[in-house]
Design a protein around this ligand. Structure first.
Ligand SMILES: Cc1ncc(COP(=O)(O)O)c(C=O)c1O
Length: 401
């Protein structure tokens, strides 16, 4: 979360005063849209999607989307080895098996690895726009068309980012967002999914509110009934998100100014590079990513940056975001009830169930050489220049030592 303040406080107060805290406006006797519905309309307009469903989290948005796409036992879904574990956990919740793919130096899914891994059981891929950095969507979409895969974009960390002018989350069949505390816009917890396909939307809706799909208010949901759960978002979250949505263009423009200016001022000598970007303009601007030659150089530079007061870290230290720390997955504990564990389901017997110890050497290598310099949204151009000087000095020191 970057910015929150009086407008959110006022919006929450008004929501409480209204006494209508339920997302279905009609059931509370209101004539106007509920706040959640208004956010859905706003997010549709902002992203240019036909349908948005507001949910309680990025994880529930992923699960609802996978259900909508008909993913289940017998299916594999490809996920990158560098993403928050929830991307892979959602696949297991759907009863399918996550197959973990390499990232490339942009720290996003490597399309070559996708092409290599897509097999007869693979039904979908989840490219993740990590840290607001767009994936190579042209290549991913091309491979997915060739291999007949659904594309579910995980834009949980990339609200408002773009790829070749298109909003992230709109390039595949479905896209999901998280609005938890750590995200670009936030309501504490919250999420959304988008799609242009009405049938997918209706199935996602049913998964998100199994009971609600039967109510007269929702008689426009025509998909055949199945048992869903409850991921309905609340009006308090809706009230906050409506205000956060107004702030999003300003947040992105300030982050991108820092990103543009800093990248332009850095003078990495030979052994340090700015990591390749699949769309520099569309990147959300959360951080500047540097690539060093090896782990030793990475650690040296990271220490120097720390001493100089520059906020930076390496993805190699980000525990649950790296596949080799995904214990429930690597040890195949796929569900609480043994009969619901996708790794033990007969329908999944032909899926690739094993995760060899030495898997994904390229991902291991890349994350161990990568440094992310965190941007402060409130930096002025002068602040960015001062930071760039510090970073350049650290890079020179590291290269000289
Ligand atoms: C890439 C990614 N996918 C999915 C999620 C899950 O979102 P949530 O925490 O809202 O369930 C997150 C959250 O951190 C994430 O970063």
């Amino acid at each position: 979360m970057y910015r929150i303040g009086n407008s959110e406080v006022t919006a929450v107060r008004e929501a409480i005063k209204s006494g209508r805290l339920f997302r279905y406006a009609n059931m509370t006797g209101a004539k106007e849209q509920s706040r959640v519905e208004a956010f859905e309309s706003g997010w549709e307009k902002f992203t240019g999607s036909a349908h948005c469903l507001s949910t309680t989290s990025g994880t529930s948005s992923l699960i609802c989307s996978l259900t909508a796409l008909g993913i289940g036992p017998g299916d594999e879904v490809i996920v990158p080895g560098y993403t928050y574990i929830a991307t892979a956990l959602a696949v297991l919740k759907a009863g399918a098996i996550p197959v973990i793919a390499e990232i490339d130096e942009s720290c996003t899914l490597d399309p070559k690895s996708l092409a290599e891994l897509a097999g007869p059981r693979t039904k979908a891929v989840i490219p993740v726009h990590m840290m607001g950095m767009p994936c190579d969507m042209d290549s991913i979409l091309r491979v997915s068309r060739e291999k007949n895969l659904y594309v579910l974009e995980d834009a949980c960390q990339a609200a408002g980012g773009t790829y070749k002018g298109k909003i992230l989350g709109t390039l595949g069949d479905m896209g999901v967002f998280s609005f938890n505390f750590y995200k670009i816009i936030a309501s504490g917890e919250g999420g959304a999914l988008i799609t242009n396909n009405r049938k997918l939307y209706e199935r996602a809706f049913m998964e998100h509110d199994g009971g609600g799909a039967l109510w007269p208010d929702n008689d426009d949901i025509k998909a055949p009934f199945f048992a869903g759960g409850n991921s309905r978002n609340s009006e308090i979250s809706g009230a906050i998100l409506l205000e956060q949505l107004k702030r999003l263009p300003g947040i992105l423009s300030d982050l991108r100014m820092v990103h543009r200016t800093l990248s332009g001022l850095l003078e990495p000598p030979g052994p340090v590079h700015i990591a390749p970007s699949r769309d520099t303009e569309g990147d959300c601007g959360i951080q500047t990513t540097l690539l060093t030659d090896d782990t030793v150089s990475m650690r040296k530079l990271l220490n120097l940056l720390g001493e100089a007061g520059v906020e930076a870290d390496s993805p190699v230290d980000s525990d649950r975001h790296l596949f080799y720390n995904w214990d429930p997955i690597l040890s195949q504990r796929g569900a609480a009830h043994p009969l619901m564990n996708p790794y033990k389901m007969p329908a999944n017997a032909e899926c690739r169930l094993d995760y060899p110890e030495d898997m994904l050497p390229r991902t291991r290598d890349i994350v161990s050489r990568t440094i992310m310099i965190r941007h402060n949204i409130d930096w002025s151009e002068k602040d960015v220049m001062k930071t760039a000087e510090k970073i350049n000095r650290c890079i020179q020191k590291a290269a000289a030592s």
